[in-house]
Design a protein around this ligand. Structure first.
Ligand code: DAT
Ligand code: MG
Length: 140
């Protein structure tokens, strides 16, 4: 399998608790390379666009408010099978169901404040990376 890229966000609950380095340590220990990274304050519009697939869900408003409530760290991760591998490293959406050693098991506070985002498929990875990074900001 060729090298693949996925999009990651370290969410406000994690940046608020100063866990960027701790999350990155789990990412790097799993063999994923952080090939782009920046700390930003997401705008309401960016968050609504990013999570547009969930706009009919009852938690959409809460999700968008959470994502703009504090800085986030957006990242591009690269590695063999990076999309599926990062989903594994993140753990289940609800930390109560996340496996031991996963980022969400270690650090998430709740299903909403669950510390990290990772793309779920190659097409979404491409779209999500392009929403936040120009090609020349990624150094693989
Ligand atoms: P994931 O982030 O694991 O890909 P998702 O795409 O289903 O999960 O949902 C996106 C985010 O929305 C998730 O990380 C947290 C929030 N969310 C999902 N289900 C929720 C729920 N039942 N209550 C509150 N927030 C929820
Ligand atoms: Mg998702």
């Amino acid at each position: 399998m060729a090298l693949e890229r996925t999009f990651s966000i370290i969410k406000p609950d994690a940046t608020n608790r100063n866990l960027t380095g701790a999350v990155n340590a789990v990412i790097e220990k799993a063999g994923l390379r952080i090939v782009a990274q920046k700390r930003i304050r997401m705008t309401q519009e960016q968050a609504e666009t990013f999570y547009a697939v969930h706009k009919e869900r009852p938690f959409f408003g809460e999700l968008v408010s959470f994502m703009v409530s504090a800085p986030v760290v957006v990242q591009v991760l690269e590695g063999e099978n990076a999309i599926a591998k990062y989903r594994e490293v993140m753990g289940a959406t609800n930390p109560a169901n996340a496996a031991d050693g996963t980022i969400r098991k270690l650090y998430a506070l709740s299903v909403g404040e669950n510390s990290v985002h990772g793309s779920d498929a190659p097409e979404t990875a491409r779209i999500e990376i392009a929403q936040f990074f120009a090609g020349n900001e990624i150094a693989g």
